[in-house]
Write a protein that binds this ligand. Structure first.
Ligand code: ATP
Ligand code: MN
Length: 483
């Protein structure tokens, strides 16, 4: 049998002097022709493998280079070196795969995140990305655990959709029609999608919510967790063209229940990572602290990563209305000194600078904003009763997080058929095409609510990585689709 190896994480945790073990991994460094730092991705910690003088010939020693893969058998011994309690004294050492030191892009030194983005196929082998993607895995696992424990049904909503009503973002078209100008045209000269693969115009999904609502109307509580696509041409540190979203949808929930669930969920995810990824988080905490030191004093974050995470799990999120948020902005020194690029008035779609002011400068903690103007929100959000004419608001809620901005967007849904139809008419959404959706309001409608959490933004928040491109294995952004 080939694979009788012990993983380095397990070995470092449970290995005892005298154990005979087999380990495999990639060389991080090789010092003094004697000490190999071996990593197999199970932990950020390297295993020190000691190659005693005379074990290997000159030629084999030369092949132990950064990036090469090894199989080592040997005895666990107590380590006298710094930073580890045990190491492995090699009895045999086999090179599984060579790595030409001249050509291997990852040198044993610190590389910039920008450089590593270009080498994304190899960056998993670095300390930083090892930590980030182990945490990403943990968080994904925790998402399922959280909802499973609560009895939510995991619903797989479609990736290819024909509904373009959601309006959450620009969509990518899906078609098999030829692109060379020979696609069939209708009488008006437009492309005739009835000849296309699905017999109609189709897109990649921007959100699974509408289908999620159908599930909630039968299972009571569902969640989706899948890829979503937005052709938004925004080159920011928090937008991807392909990202993963978690969308729970709950019958018999109002906006209050929705906020409570979202807050509990975020805190659960953070706690899970703190429990299961302690070492990786400590590493990233250090990393961030060093990065902060490079910045001028007034731009530095007030809290370290672990401090921030601890704070967020131990303090309730601030809850304010949109109207209150606008008032805070209008009263702010930033507004008075004309520091905002975009103007502030009731009715605006708050820009990222406004959201960041609220969470980073004013409240210094996550903030849940409710009661947004109906005009700037989607058609399915529930109209609040008793609004002043012209100042209609909906039961929407956005959660804004320090350093990220919007991390969750959600709402109580409009369950009253007449009100929903009126809104759709207002917003020129063809009711005929949405008949399947309206059926939920025709047959046994119930108050219900849900939200979407951008998974990468959550990973950013937990890892402290500032650029969203560094928390997804292979980022898709405008003009970039490598690997
Ligand atoms: P933003 O204003 O930041 O563009 P949005 O209002 O378009 O966000 P929603 O449509 O409410 O966002 O989507 C729900 C969640 O999905 C957001 O709260 C965010 O966490 C995440 N999200 C939205 N767009 C993106 C994107 N392009 N890349 C990564 N995550 C995203
Ligand atoms: Mn958006």
């Amino acid at each position: 049998m080939f694979n009788t190896r012990i993983k380095i994480k397990t070995l470092l945790a449970t290995g005892k002097p005298g154990d005979q073990v087999t380990v495999m991994g990639w060389v991080r460094t090789f010092r003094n022709n004697q000490f190999v730092a071996l990593n197999d991705g199970s932990t950020n910690n390297n295993l020190q493998v000691v190659v005693e003088l005379g074990l290997l010939n000159e030629e084999t020693l030369k092949r132990i280079t950064t990036g090469a893969s090894l199989k080592v058998t040997g005895e666990v011994v107590a380590s006298v070196g710094k930073g580890q309690t045990i190491e492995v004294k090699a009895a045999t050492l086999e090179i599984l795969g060579d790595s030409d030191a001249e050509k291997y892009p990852l040198q044993p030194k610190k590389h910039s995140l920008e450089f590593l983005r270009e080498k994304a196929h190899l960056r998993f082998r670095t300390n930083t990305f090892g930590a980030v993607f182990r945490i990403r895995h943990s968080l994904a696992f925790a998402v399922h655990q959280f909802f499973n424990q609560k009895g939510f049904v995991y619903l797989h909503t479609p990736i290819i959709t024909a509904s373009d009503a959601e309006g959450a973002g620009e969509m990518f078209r899906v078609t098999t029609l030829p692109m060379d100008g020979t696609a069939p045209k209708d009488a008006a000269g437009n492309i005739d999608y009835s000849e296309d693969f699905f017999g109609k115009s189709t897109n990649l999904t921007v959100s699974g919510q509408l289908e999620g609502e159908l599930g909630a109307m039968a299972f009571s509580e569902i969640y989706t967790f899948g890829p979503t696509f937005r052709a938004e041409n925004s080159n920011t540190t928090r937008h991807l063209a392909e990202f993963w979203m978690i969308e729970p949808e709950m019958a018999f929930h109002d906006i209050e229940d929705n906020m409570n669930l979202a807050e509990e969920f975020i805190q659960y995810l953070i706690r899970y990572a703190m429990e299961h990824n302690k070492e990786d988080l400590e590493f990233l905490d250090q990393r961030l602290a060093e990065e902060e030191k490079q910045k001028p004093q007034n731009e530095r974050a007030e809290m370290g990563l672990l401090e921030k995470l601890n704070f967020v799990i131990n303090n309730k999120f601030e809850r304010i209305t949109y109207t209150e948020a606008i008032q805070i902005l209008l009263d702010s020194p930033a507004y008075k000194k004309k520091k905002f690029k975009y103007d502030v008035s009731w009715g605006i779609d708050m820009q990222s600078e406004h959201e960041r002011y609220l969470v980073e400068k004013h409240f210094k903690k996550p903030v849940i904003v409710t009661g947004y103007p109906a005009k700037i929100k989607a058609f399915y959000m529930r109209l609040n009763d008793g609004c002043e004419p012209g100042k209609e608001t909906v039961a929407a809620m956005d959660i804004l997080a320090p350093g990220i901005g919007e991390i969750v967007g959600g709402s109580q849904r409009e369950e009253r058929l007449d009100k929903l139809e009126a809104r759709m008419k207002d917003m020129h959404i063809p009711a005929e095409e949405m008949s399947w959706y309206l059926d939920t309001r025709r047959f046994g409608t119930v108050p219900h609510a849900g939200f979407g959490l951008g998974f990468e933004r959550m990973v950013q928040f937990v890892t402290g990585m500032t650029n969203i491109r560094d928390v997804i294995p292979f980022a898709r952004t405008p003009k970039n689709c490598e690997f």
